[in-house]
Write a protein that binds this ligand. Sequence first.
Ligand SMILES: *[C@@H]1O[C@H](CO)[C@@H](O)[C@H](O)[C@H]1NC(C)=O
Ligand SMILES: *[C@@H]1O[C@H](CO)[C@@H](O)[C@H](O)[C@H]1NC(C)=O
Ligand SMILES: *[C@@H]1O[C@H](CO)[C@@H](O)[C@H](O)[C@H]1NC(C)=O
Length: 225
Amino acid sequence: MTLNMKKLLILTAIGTSLANASCDTTKFVACQDKFADKLGIDRVFNWLNPLGLTLQIQDIYINGGTGGVRGLNAVCNSYNSMVQCLADASTTTFECFDIGYLLNHSNAPNQAYSYGFLMSMLQYQCGAGFYLASDNWSCMQRIYNGKNATMYGCITDFVLNAQEDPKKGCNYVQTGMDCFSKASILQGCPDELKYYGCESFRQYSLPQFARCEKQCFIDTQYRGV
Ligand SMILES: *[C@@H]1O[C@H](CO)[C@@H](O)[C@H](O)[C@H]1NC(C)=O
Ligand SMILES: *[C@@H]1O[C@H](CO)[C@@H](O)[C@H](O)[C@H]1NC(C)=O
Ligand SMILES: *[C@@H]1O[C@H](CO)[C@@H](O)[C@H](O)[C@H]1NC(C)=O
């Protein structure tokens, strides 16, 4: 067999397994329980209570995790464990976080979307965005602390408005991005955090509004020095 043929076979196998895979609800629930346990929060904060889970995560960002672990580490270690748990369960993360799947298995669209949104934001905050916040965590933690209610408000307004009037969804995405950007400004802290806030919100909205093609702009004039 030539190398190219082997490659083709491997690609075909991957394509088939992706097409056939679908989220196993029982395993998904078990992995979410693991997420809650690792975070040290009640298991009721799961996909059926995504806004409650959002607040719990903000709370950990502010106050730290169990045993005084830095909030960002506590959240990202738990998130990565859940992702690993889903992979071990031979279901993939993407299928369980897929809006189509979540809509089919949730009690209400708001619930499905706000869980999908939160997981998308965490994927950014624990992935590409990690070092941006990690390197300035004392700033970011103070921002979450001072703007906790504001940031939660940005999220709940967006979830409500976007479901009530999805045609104007892209406007609500922009409003949310501006809301998070503005909240992420703090005297003595670098402007990169404004970008981090904006991008966190943009990633939050992606599962429903990727079509909006919004962009966050980076402005590094002020570096807090
Ligand atoms: C959701 O349910 C519909 C109707 O039962 C089905 O056609 C569709 O494939 C389901 N989608 C997912 C992602 O499970
Ligand atoms: C923010 O992170 C940057 C990049 O690592 C670093 O140079 C800067 O000192 C940090 N600023 C604060 C206020 O922690
Ligand atoms: C954050 O704000 C929400 C909503 O106003 C509130 O319920 C929660 O207790 C606040 N958390 C912290 C840590 O201040």
